[in-house]
Design a protein around this ligand. Structure first.
Ligand SMILES: [Zn+2]
Length: 431
């Protein structure tokens, strides 16, 4: 059992001073006036205690592409998402269980230090380079989960289903190791993953049909049936690039979100990753089905995807979570701030994503970093309250980024002017 004694706590209920927080067995077991804390309480001098941020979308191995992909290839002068994808496939092709464990550890170490206490790992490098299963068909996903455990980060393994290169298009050589031969074989691996994670306090499992490009409506329907039965989250990339929408219209005469809906896979457990080019019909559909969207602003900027229509998502009440995706930049505060920045740039206005009753956008940005992320990953709501997970971060009130800011402006200063440099400590599951 541990007692934490910060200067103040900050969560969805705002700033509260003079409280002590007791942590026991991985959860918050008491929140009492500071005067009632025992003498051996851990004093977090000049610190704010917050729930940790939720990173709902990551591909850990892509971390090692940073820097290396930031130059023009003379053979490909028109560099775009698709030429980047070729370089990413080469990186994926070089992974072994040891290598992917190593890069995931380095990625997760910095992720946790930056204030994220849980990650949704959208994991798709599964098999040997030619597509042959390892002796343990989940060897690589287990290696990634063990990396998170070793770095003390909570992980939701979003096990990817990959069927094909596109409609009536077989997988390319670079895609073979992502693929399972049948949806039954994939579901068997998903089931094995669920059983493996069962007694691991930091690991839970969800399903991730990669995209409507890589998975047929038949696979989508079967996977959605399974996740519904087991109450699991279902994540799927959609509408990141215009080409995907052109293909979707050509193949199905529907846009990607409509394809997912028609397959029966769009409901409150579904998270559309990106949604950069969603039109109003798709956004209405997402709102109606209570599906969420995970926006990954710094990656979408890096890949030239475009601006997610966050204001139109906000106006429809769609739950928007955040992801670091390619992990080029690992800073949950910067990632969240980009939501408001995109909304301002596209609207030509200030203070755009402001919820009813809030003074400004900080509340919404924190909601995206906490509640929407937890909802996306099927985790409990991040709070400084009894029963909430002890996934916590301490921020340095003496850091120049927020030094001297009044309590009433603190959340706004952190989210609109701060960065992960504020984070001095993290706890996950009370550790
Ligand atoms: Zn992704």
């Amino acid at each position: 059992m541990t007692w934490l004694l910060p200067d103040l706590v900050l969560d969805a209920d705002g700033v509260r001073r003079d409280l002590a927080v007791q942590v026991e067995d991985g959860v918050i077991s008491a929140v009492v006036p500071a005067l009632e804390a025992p003498a051996d309480a851990l004093r977090l001098t000049r610190s704010a205690l917050l729930p940790g941020f939720v990173n709902a979308h990551s591909h850990a191995f892509q971390r090692d592409l940073r820097g290396a992909v930031e130059r023009i290839d003379p053979a490909n002068p028109d560099d775009d998402f698709w030429t980047w994808r070729d370089e990413m496939y080469a990186q994926a092709g070089s992974m072994t269980p040891e290598k992917i464990h190593d890069v995931a550890r380095r990625c997760y170490r910095q992720m946790r230090a930056s204030g994220a206490t849980s990650v949704g790992e959208f994991h798709y490098v599964h098999h040997q380079p030619d597509g042959t299963y390892y002796d343990n068909p989940n060897a690589l996903s287990e290696a990634v989960c063990e990396a998170a455990e070793a770095e003390g980060l909570r992980i939701v393994m979003l096990l990817v289903a990959y069927e094909r290169g596109g409609k009536d298009i077989p997988p390319t050589p670079g895609q073979r190791r992502f693929c399972d031969p049948t949806v039954e074989a994939y579901l068997e691996r998903l089931e094995a993953m669920r059983v493996w994670a069962d007694d691991r306090p930091l690991v839970t499992v969800g399903a991730a049909p990669h995209s409507m490009r890589a998975v047929s409506p038949e696979w989508l329907a079967a996977i959605s049936d399974y996740t519904r039965q087991h109450g699991m989250p279902l994540h799927i990339h959609a509408d990141e690039q215009p080409r995907e929408i052109r293909e979707s219209l050509e193949w199905y005469d529907l846009r990607p979100v409509q394809v997912i809906d028609k397959a029966g896979a769009l409901d409150h457990r579904t998270v559309i990753v990106h949604g950069t080019h969603c039109d109003d019909v798709e956004l209405d559909l997402l709102a109606e089905r209570k599906a969420g969207v995970c926006v990954c602003p710094t990656t979408e900027a890096n890949l030239g995807d475009g601006y997610a229509p966050v204001r139109r998502m906000f106006e429809r009440g769609i739950s928007v979570s955040l992801g670091s995706d390619s992990n080029t930049i690992l800073d949950p505060i910067v990632e969240a701030r980009e939501l408001e920045a995109m909304a301002r740039r596209t609207a030509g206005q200030r203070n755009v994503l402001v919820r009813q009753g809030d003074p400004g956008p900080a509340g919404y940005l924190l909601e995206a970093s906490w509640d929407a992320g937890a909802r996306a990953l099927g985790l409990p709501m991040p709070r400084i309250a009894v029963g909430a997970p002890a996934d916590l971060i301490a921020l340095d009130l003496d850091n120049d980024e927020i030094l001297g800011v009044a309590d009433e402006h603190l959340a706004a200063a952190i989210m609109l002017a701060g960065s992960c440099r504020l984070v001095t400590r993290t706890w996950v599951n009370g550790v």
